[in-house]
Ligand binder design. Structure first.
Ligand code: AMP
Length: 216
């Protein structure tokens, strides 16, 4: 099963993709996580993209296409994958078609997580992330047990550089301009399934699994 999650930043795609990954035993490929890992390791690629990522802009399409092509050719993606955060532009969506064609694969489901702008801005501003395991918390709706500490790793949570208020607005603008057309692209192709990302997590999980299993 080859799945793509699309939707605005902060819609909960990462959390949902992790659930689907565990349920269907296919890798969760988050291009944002991959770029952050490169930045943390201080690699050449990490240094190259750092300013762009922290300012909320998008990394160059050719570079992203190449990163995804390499990742999808790894053995763990043979029996399926979940892409989260890619494609983010029409150019990336078309390149993905080419990449998959060359691998004799296709997309089975594109899941659009729909969350209104007001809630997105609130969520991103209240988001804190564990620097060790990457788990996200929301200080209003899903706070950690102890003040600003990860429940699992017991280290201090951080605010991602690009979750700072001035960058959040920029990311949403970039989403509307460049990523919204990707949703339309998959709608035209008939592979798009929408989910209401404001529902309770348990309900989202149930709907997602039904959608992927083709019961919806
Ligand atoms: P995310 O964690 O998906 O919100 O991604 C964080 C940041 O990484 C984005 O704001 C972009 O700067 C960069 N990024 C992640 N995926 C892509 C992509 N497919 N194309 C371009 N930039 C990306």
């Amino acid at each position: 099963m080859n799945i793509i999650f699309v939707g605005p930043p902060g819609a909960g795609k990462g959390t949902q993709a992790q659930i689907v990954s565990k349920t269907f035993k296919i890798p969760h490929i988050s291009t944002g996580d991959m770029l952050r890992a490169e930045m943390d390791s201080g690699s050449k690629l990490g240094n190259q993209v750092k300013d762009i990522v922290t300012s909320g802009k998008l990394v160059d399409d050719n570079l992203m296409n190449q990163i995804v092509r390499e990742r999808l050719s790894k053995p763990d993606a043979i029996s399926g994958f979940i892409l989260d955060g890619f494609p983010r532009t029409l150019n990336q969506a078309k390149s993905l078609d080419e990449i998959l064609k060359s691998m004799r694969k296709k997309i089975d489901r594109v899941i659009y997580v729909d969350v209104p702008e007001k809630i997105i801005i609130e969520r991103l501003s209240a988001r804190r992330t564990c620097p060790k395991c990457g788990r996200n918390y929301n200080m209003i709706t899903d706070p950690p047990k102890a003040d600003e500490m990860c429940d699992d790793c017991h280290v201090h949570l951080i605010t991602r550089e690009d979750d700072k208020p001035e960058t959040v607005k920029k990311r949403y603008e970039v989403y509307l301009e460049l990523t919204a057309p990707v949703i339309e692209y998959y709608k035209q192709k008939g592979t798009l399934f929408a989910i209401d990302g404001t529902m309770k997590m348990k309900d989202i999980e149930k709907h997602l699994i039904e959608m992927i299993e083709g019961r919806k």
